[in-house]
Write a protein that binds this ligand. Structure first.
Ligand code: AMP
Ligand code: MG
Length: 292
């Protein structure tokens, strides 16, 4: 057996199955940020190349999705990748290395920062609804509505009675999204406390990374246990059949990027997207072009 065959056979179950968080109580300490479940290759050595290699299939699948959206803008499916994780967990890296593998025309990226004055005047889902992916598109959320039960809970930006109701509300919101034809891929990028420290220091040791550093990152870091508790609540209470959570070990950047690209590939492949039929007579049109 060739080496290539051997490594490809070692992805024994779909990655989505391996990374899908089982429903039930969540203990963050049991989720290993350095694990590499399902990685079929040798490691860092071949990961970038393996991730790149997913590009060809991803591109075709994405084009099928896009074509479906063109063909039927009201009921074609869409995909929404939700990226959550602590600072330095690599949300930006995933956007660049995994989402960057497909045609940017088919991707709609939205990054959620602290809400603006206008956004604060509306319900927290208002800004989310405005940027949901249209039919045929792959939406990518760099942070999301989950911030409204993460930073908002940890920093007590609203009273407990208010954030407490949001878990169920988010589940209903996501269920409606799924019912309307959007497949959600929710990814929690799980970085360790130690690895975060290294990455923050790396940002301060390199002038080309200063822009990535924000003094408030250390404030959030100092509340690590509270964030872990808030993440556990999200992973436990919003891990529905309609929109399950995947926990992506994120201490190894190469694994993280490959894993999200592979999850996207599996999701798109599972949608069994054909090419839309022509809504004109192909033979007639062909003849017209020939004669033109
Ligand atoms: P970054 O993703 O590093 O650009 O940082 C964005 C910042 O916006 C983070 O500190 C988030 O915690 C913050 N943020 C995002 N959404 C919300 C929200 N709904 N309420 C308060 N802060 C938020
Ligand atoms: Mg940041």
């Amino acid at each position: 057996m060739s080496a290539k065959k051997k490594t490809e056979q070692s992805l024994t179950a779909p990655l989505s199955t391996l990374l899908r968080l089982p429903q039930g109580p969540v203990t963050m300490a049991e989720l290993d940020p350095a694990a590499i479940p399902g990685y079929p290759g040798q490691g860092k050595k071949d990961a970038a190349q393996r991730t790149e290699a997913l590009g060809a299939e991803l591109s075709e699948l994405q084009e099928r999705l896009f074509a479906a959206g063109r063909n039927d803008p009201t009921s074609a499916p869409s995909v929404l990748v939700v990226l959550q994780g602590m600072d330095t967990s690599g949300k930006g890296g995933v956007v660049r290395h995994a989402m960057g593998l497909v045609d940017p025309q088919g991707v709609a990226l939205a990054s959620f920062k602290a809400p603006t004055a206008e956004e604060r005047r509306h319900h927290y889902l208002w800004r989310i609804r405005k940027v949901l992916p249209e039919a045929g598109k792959i939406g990518v959320f760099d942070r999301s509505h989950y911030e409204d039960v993460l930073v908002v809970r940890v920093d007590q930006l609203v009273p407990m009675e208010v954030w407490e109701k949001r878990y169920d509300e988010i589940n209903r919101f996501e269920q409606r999204l799924v019912d309307s034809g959007t497949t959600l891929i929710k990814c929690m990028l799980n970085v360790s406390f130690e690895e975060q420290k290294k990455r923050l220091l790396a940002r301060l040791d390199d002038a080309s990374k200063y822009w990535k550093y924000n003094p408030s990152d250390v404030d959030a870091r100092s509340k690590w246990p509270a964030y872990q508790e808030a993440y556990a609540a999200v992973l436990e209470r919003c891990n529905t059949d309609a929109a399950p959570w995947h926990v992506i070990p994120a201490d190894r950047k190469w694994y993280r990027n490959w894993a999200v690209a592979e999850l996207l590939r599996e999701t798109l492949a599972g949608m069994n997207l054909g090419w839309p039929n022509a809504d004109y007579d192909v033979a007639v049109e062909r003849q017209r072009v020939v004669e033109s």
